[in-house]
Design a protein around this ligand. Sequence first.
Ligand SMILES: C[S@@+](CC[C@H](N)C(=O)[O-])C[C@H]1O[C@@H](n2cnc3c(N)ncnc32)[C@H](O)[C@@H]1O
Length: 276
Amino acid sequence: MLSKSKTWVKHRLSRALGLPQLHSHLCQIQQSLPALSHRLVTIEEDLHRVTDRLAVAAPAPAVPSPPQADRTSEYFIKFPPYSPHLQPELLNYWDPVRSLTVALAIERIKKERIHGNLAELGVFQGHLSRFLHLLAPDRTLYLLDTFQGFPEQDLESFQTGDKRFSETSLEIVEKNIGDLTNVVIKQGYFPDTAAGLENEQFCFVMLDVDLYKPTLAGLDFFYPRLAPGGYMFLHDYNWIESNRAVSRALDAFMADKPEHLVEIPDAWGTVLFRKQ
Ligand SMILES: C[S@@+](CC[C@H](N)C(=O)[O-])C[C@H]1O[C@@H](n2cnc3c(N)ncnc32)[C@H](O)[C@@H]1O
């Protein structure tokens, strides 16, 4: 009788505390654990994929400007072959390694009497265009850009919706360049805007479009029209921009060409070659 009532009390207590439900919940949780842990692994994999995509599509981080003292000091060329009045402006460009290398190339072109005009494919607001024109004002400078940012049809799947470089206009570019004598602006989608330039010869080409498709199109168009000894510069070669679009395009294009690439340590890893 006593043991019977003990069992009854235990049963009532256990029910009062909700122990059977608790036990059944614990069993259910235990059963779901393998599925939950599998789900966690797939979530973690998804997260890795998203992080990788973000790293590739992320806009280039800002590069701090070198301290002012470095720009005018003995670290930069003291007796430049180009006109000394250009020196302060070239040094004050935010990436003086780039502007000074371009300046030396254009002086060499003049010294070696390499024929042809200049072109910049990918102009944005025209800051580099200004130097190109100041350094060779007597030659025609062709500037090619949508001036509305990246064309949607050139973006790769991981770049959809990249709206960079749309904050520009013809007015901004013209104002930055100043004197527009011998400057020809071709606004629109490249290679469509190359129409009419088929018979041109170039002594200097700056390719700076960031994306795979127009970089390859630029190489296809300008390489055969580059004079022997002429310079081709490609910005962003040693940079992750657009999942290394520039090096993907250039390495594929140059595989059967005789020229060798020269890398320079400017902010975005420019590469250049001279046509044989
Ligand atoms: C990095 S910005 C150029 C920067 C400029 N060279 C400078 O040094 O200031 C790249 C430019 O390429 C242009 N672009 C990219 N693909 C193009 C295409 N297929 N046709 C015309 N312009 C294009 C964009 O509109 C953008 O202004």
